[in-house]
Design a protein around this ligand. Structure first.
Ligand code: CA
Length: 649
């Protein structure tokens, strides 16, 4: 069909109108639990965390029951009477001045294994498939990313073993490997099987964690996914094939909210997150997601972030671009949340893996990963579900060295130590894949660093509104959404919006903890500006100029100036991301490892910014070269990603 330009235009207007109309008329999008709503009340009305009397009266008038209350969140799960329409109650409640938001109880699913699950194997069968099997070496995946090398540099002993909450289909806590390696976390404040809630947390005899799917004390894995995930996490600390295994370097908390079919709901996920927070988990692995944005899940993960928890999520296995079609929680722009893509054994993005220059951060081994299955079995699986726990395990390794580091810092360390390659350029935020040894060394260097948790206020990402359940969103115009939590911090800081954590103090600068970070992140730019200026400007003037810099988009022209030790030349920019860029060499001699720098020009005031890096790959056929930026502050890098995008034509 030949569609003329004008027809196309009309067609797109029509489609936009259609989206607008359907968006307006159908409030509840995505899949959700029938007859259930999650509601958040404005905090001043229910500071105790419970619904106040007048509002409770309104609910009972409508026949609505409160099924669960989420402690400290002013949030409640409501059960509607059968005859009530979910959308109608939702619109009525959202119009109530006492209500902050109301949304459906969305369905979440395990990130499906990318290939059909291979028949689980016995131990003997499993080790017969492992190449290079040698006690004490990492052999769960073939992609060599420095695990053995990192083990060689680990601290010999530590005081506490990092606690990783695996929120999933459960964990087979009776698996020989977990039992012999003492990998399972046990709730020391609960006496097992005495029928008493000894620690008064609302869960009776919660020893290994809790089953939020069936609401019982057995978070056992009736699906297999969560056990496989847990074996990958534990495997970052010890060789799980060694018999008997050594003591696990980490502890696994088993929190089940996905049923035997691999699905669960956001209310149960929130309860699991709250459990992980209350019992001191330092890392949460979330190898699951859904395509509907949930504000309540966003708030629950934000609470976890504020406690310093590192949140590791799977990017998804649809082979699609998350910048255009986001999935959650992977797409939540929380500064301590990382979104992981899957790499194959050839160090390339797996064909099934989701990606996104703005919203998917890095890749980790995710094809044919060996691990455990329930009932003392073993097996291989592929998917971003497997890549995420690899990063959760790396986070635990880093935390083992420097236990004070926040999730925010763990994420920064891991992102700053990736190996950027051509294979991931134009696909991922860092253009790279995890390097465990570099990350471990970076964490060892942070042993005396202060814990930093920048203030962050959850806001519904613009992209979520534009694209829930459809593929018409404009990823390039993603605005504040996506994986660049850092930028949101910067923006809220610049606009003097207080962060969540600062709501109880009256400083206009957001979370006071964010201030040193902000100053640190501006230092290179400040220094650069200082050098450029001949007149001595007041620092206040410079700050206001930064404000401008961050609220404007600065364009990079496709022509860039490349400076090398042998002189400078103009080149054609191919793509740019946080970690580096690729450019067309145009007959110039460029060597791998050569130091280069680039000059970018601000379109508006013709200011120049110079960034240094080194050549990490060259492609003679395509006449292209790839550059990894030097270790700038990652804040600056993420700023660059957003502001120095190539203007579209
Ligand atoms: Ca208990």
């Amino acid at each position: 069909m030949n569609v003329s330009y004008n027809n196309k235009k009309i067609l797109s207007y029509f489609l936009l109108l259609l989206i607008f109309v359907t968006h307006e008329t159908s409030l509840a999008q995505g899949q959700y639990v029938e007859g259930e709503l999650i509601i958040k009340l404005k905090s001043k009305l229910s500071s105790s965390g419970f619904i106040n009397h007048s509002f409770a009266g309104k609910l009972s008038q409508k026949g609505i029951a409160v099924k669960t209350s989420f402690n400290k969140m002013q949030m409640h799960l409501l059960k509607l009477p059968k005859e009530q329409s979910l959308n109608q109650v939702m619109s009525e409640l959202s119009a109530d001045p006492e209500v902050e938001f109301v949304e459906p109880n969305y369905i979440l699913r395990k990130a499906d294994e990318a290939t059909s699950r291979i028949q689980p194997l016995s131990y003997q069968q499993m080790i017969s498939t492992v190449s290079n099997l040698a006690n004490g070496h990492y052999t769960q995946s073939r992609l060599a990313v420095g695990v053995d090398e990192a083990w060689g540099e680990m601290a010999a002993t530590v005081s506490t073993r990092p606690l990783v909450a695996v929120i999933d289909t459960g964990v087979d806590y009776n698996h020989t490997v977990f039992v012999q390696s003492n990998a399972m976390w046990k709730n020391s404040e609960e006496i097992p099987n005495n029928g008493i809630d000894d620690d008064h947390n609302g869960y009776i005899d919660d020893v290994y964690g809790w089953n939020f799917f069936a609401n019982n004390k057995h978070p056992w894995d009736d699906e297999g996914h969560g056990t496989h995930v847990s074996g990958i996490v534990v495997g970052l600390g010890i060789d799980i094939y060694e018999q008997p295994p050594r003591e696990s370097e980490f502890q696994i908390m088993a929190l089940k909210f996905l049923g035997a079919d691999g699905s669960g709901d956001s209310a149960s996920a929130i309860q699991a997150i709250n459990y992980a927070i209350s019992k001191g988990a330092r890392i949460i692995n979330a190898s699951w997601g859904g395509d509907a944005y949930s504000r309540s899940l966003h708030e629950a993960f934000t609470r976890a972030y504020e406690q310093g928890i590192f949140i590791v999520t799977a990017a998804g296995n649809a082979g699609s671009n998350n910048d255009n079609i986001p999935i959650y929680p992977s797409g939540l722009p929380i500064p301590g949340l990382i979104s992981v893509a899957a790499a194959n054994s050839w160090d390339r993005l797996a064909s099934f893996s989701n990606y996104g220059v703005q919203s998917v951060h890095l890749a980790a081994a995710g094809v044919s990963v060996g691990s455990l299955y329930p009932n003392n079995l073993y097996g291989y699986s592929s998917g971003t579900s497997m890549a995420a726990p690899f990063i959760a395990g790396v986070g635990a390794l880093l935390l083992r060295e420097s236990p004070q580091l926040s999730g925010f810092q763990l994420k920064e360390l891991i992102l700053n130590s990736v190996e950027a390659t051509e294979a991931y350029s134009q696909k991922l935020y860092t253009s790279g894949r995890v390097n465990v040894l570099s990350a471990l060394r970076a964490s060892k260097a942070m042993i005396n660093a202060q814990s930093i948790i920048p203030g962050y206020t959850p806001a519904t990402p613009a992209r979520a509104i534009a694209s829930t359940g459809n593929a018409f969103s404009d990823g390039a115009a993603g605005g504040v959404g996506g994986g660049c939590g850092s930028i949101q911090i910067v923006r809220s800081f610049m606009q003097n919006q207080p962060g969540t954590a600062s709501s109880h103090n009256d400083t206009p600068w957001g979370n006071p903890q964010a201030l040193p970070v902000i100053i640190l992140m501006f230092l290179p730019l400040l220094f650069w500006m200082f050098l450029r200026r001949t007149s001595s400007q007041q620092s206040t003037a410079e700050i206001s100029e930064f404000d401008l810099r961050f609220t404007q988009r600065i364009n990079v022209f496709e022509q860039i100036l490349v400076k090398t030790p042998n002189g400078q030349f103009k080149a054609h920019l191919k793509n740019i991301s946080k970690g580096g860029l690729a450019f067309v060499v145009e007959g110039k001699q460029i060597q791998v490892d050569e130091a280069v720098s680039f000059v970018f020009i601000n379109q508006n005031n013709h200011e120049e910014v110079e960034i240094s890096g080194r050549i990490v790959w060259t492609d003679d056929k395509a006449m292209m070269a790839g550059v990894q930026f030097n270790q700038l502050s990652s804040y600056i890098q993420s700023f660059l990603l957003r502001s120095y995008s190539v203007p579209s034509r």
